[in-house]
Design a protein around this ligand. Structure first.
Ligand code: ATP
Ligand code: MG
Length: 555
């Protein structure tokens, strides 16, 4: 056990198996995504668990694509999933596998079950199969085709494979027990006819194995020892074990064991590929990697560091309790990381012009500014200063309440890293709105300290107007205001928080920010963390707000 992690129940089970000498002392896990969408942070939990558990026990973890539904899957999703796993910091080395690599072996297993009288071809439609399957309280009824002799079944199965029947005309079912208390054991379908080309096997197959059949057998083929999955598969475990028992001797020496844990769920978002793809398809978001999405690619674009996602998965823990974690905890974890690593810069999101009337006309100077007070090794940079600046509009109030510590007529504030200033005049537009402030500065306070030791009550940030670069800033907020949007029943698109994206087109920023590269993350002082987006051009960088500065529960 490495990293001093406390042992969850899965790590306990694995430690127990190892000390009992099971599996020859090996630990083999797999992360098994279906390539029918991009990964979300729930998948990150499974990735962290599978890869870490293997590593802690000198075992291995495979990346296996569960590609048994050709209609919804694509090679593009395969590539995006690989990129996401790599970005999270995990390496499957040469252990990239696909269930479709095993289609021949899986078919041989189906033939074997059929020969042994453990599977049969059913002519009923899927609706009829469902109708006769019974309910939780009533047993199912045998299909009229259940007792076909094995030779006949074999012949029909081969015809299914060769394309002799249309979709839905036949299915191969395991012959288990139509009266079983567990509905999954009531003769589940193991092969269905699908005339859809597959992104890897092309037109070769007219029939495809179901997940319930392919998953345990793929695990057995790969020598997986612990098959970790989410709780919704708990009721499938007897079936998993049935296939392993009947077939694993044909596939290798391993007897994989399925263990279920509770899924990661987060408030104010949805965590299912089906719902996420609905948002993508109906244009409610700009794509799978929209920075509001709970996808790995969205979070990457938003500026969440992979380490923060892993920290968060650690905090969520591995249990069998269903729970929803507050989105704030994820944001807090992101801030914790970024506070230590993000260089500070100044940007003025809602600019108000400020003229320093006693600053020598047409002059400028460079002032040193600390890059990260949390990290002395980050050093400092030079920021240009002049007599015409921008400050945030809400850092000034003409008639402030008592507790207002920023700029107002007659009060002195500190300009961060620069000088103390006092506001002397408010210049207004015809409509009464404020056009600019006219202030005096104290040349004795260069660097933000006065020789007489006086201290203004407030410090505000600024950008020199003549030196500023211009940026587009995208302010992101939670995608849904509702805590559990999936429970509302209505169309998701209508629940999207209208304030989840606000675009500021022309934000004055420190000139050094013009050179940002996509993925660079900064703290804009007093405003939050911002990540340079891939849409950035040298002319006009785009910054995505990763997070605000403070935890909302502290507001
Ligand atoms: P979704 O419900 O979002 O479509 P899925 O389970 O169908 O997810 P898969 O690609 O089949 O998606 O999942 C790959 C692995 O990730 C599975 O082992 C699954 O159990 C696990 N997984 C999926 N969602 C979560 C989650 N929210 N928390 C933890 N593990 C998850
Ligand atoms: Mg699935």
């Amino acid at each position: 056990m490495s990293g001093g992690k406390k042992r969850d129940f899965i790590r306990e089970i694995i430690a127990g198996d190892l000390s009992a000498g099971k599996n020859g002392g090996r630990v083999v896990t797999r992360f098994p995504p279906e390539p029918n969408g991009c990964l979300h942070i729930g998948h990150a939990k499974s990735i962290c668990l599978n890869f870490s558990v293997a590593e802690e026990n000198s075992g291995i973890c495979k990346l296996r694509f569960d590609d048994t539904n050709p209609g919804k899957e694509s090679g593009e999703f395969v590539e995006s999933i690989k990129e996401d796993v790599r970005w999270l910091g995990f390496d499957w080395e040469d252990r990239l596998c696909f269930a479709s690599d095993y289609f021949d072996k899986l078919f041989e297993c189906a033939v074997y079950l059929t020969e042994k009288g453990l599977a049969y071809v059913d002519d009923q439609s899927s609706d009829e199969i469902r109708r006769l399957r019974g309910t939780l309280t009533e047993p199912g009824h045998d299909s009229p085709f259940r007792d076909r002799p094995p030779e006949k079944n074999l012949d029909l199965l081969k015809q299914m494979k060769d394309g002799g029947f249309g979709e839905g005309e036949k299915a191969l079912r395991a012959k288990i027990d139509m009266a079983a208390g567990n509905i999954n054991m009531r003769d589940p379908v193991i092969y269905r006819i699908l005339k859809t080309p597959h992104h890897r096997t092309g037109e070769k197959w007219n029939i495809y194995p179901t997940y319930d059949f392919a998953h345990p057998l793929s695990d057995a083929i790969e020598g997986v020892t612990h098959s970790l999955c989410t709780l919704e598969f708990e009721d499938h475990r007897p079936l998993y074990d049935w296939f392993v028992e009947k077939l694993s001797h044909r596939l290798g020496s391993s007897r994989p064991r399925q263990i279920e844990f509770s899924r990661l769920d987060i408030s104010h978002t949805v965590m299912s590929k089906r719902l996420l793809s609905e948002l993508v398809e109906n244009g409610a978001v700009s794509g799978w990697d929209d920075p509001r999405m709970p996808t790995i690619s969205g979070m990457r674009r938003r500026g969440y560091p992979p380490e923060a996602i892993k920290d968060f998965c650690d905090k969520a823990g591995v249990t069998k309790q269903k729970s929803t974690i507050e989105l704030e905890l994820l944001e807090h974890t992101v801030r914790e990381r970024l506070n230590k690593t993000a260089p500070r810069r100044m940007a003025v999101l809602d600019p108000l012009k400020l003229v320093i009337t006693n600053y020598p006309p047409d002059s400028e100077e460079m002032l040193p500014a600390v890059n990260n007070p949390e990290d002395p090794s980050a050093g400092s940079r030079q920021v240009p200063f002049s007599g015409v600046l921008y400050i945030e509009r809400d850092d000034f109030m003409e008639n402030p309440p008592k507790k207002f510590h920023r700029l107002s007529p007659g009060t002195e504030v500190r300009l961060r890293y620069a000088y103390f200033i006092t506001c002397e005049e408010v210049v207004k537009n015809d409509d009464g709105s404020i056009r600019e402030l006219r202030c005096r500065y104290d040349p004795q306070t260069r660097g933000g300290n006065a020789p007489d030791g006086r201290k203004p009550r407030g410090t505000i940030h600024w950008v020199s107007a003549g030196h500023a670069a211009r940026a587009e800033v995208r302010l992101y907020d939670r995608l849904f205001e509702e805590k559990t949007p999936s429970a509302s029943g209505g169309p998701l698109k209508e629940l999207v928080n209208p304030a989840s994206l606000e675009i500021l087109k022309d934000v004055p920023v420190e000139p050094s920010l013009a050179d940002s590269q996509p993925g660079d993350i900064f703290q804009f002082e007093r405003k939050g963390y911002f990540a340079a987006d891939e849409d950035s051009s040298g002319m006009r960088p785009v910054f995505n707000r990763t997070a605000t500065l403070r935890d909302s529960w502290k507001k």
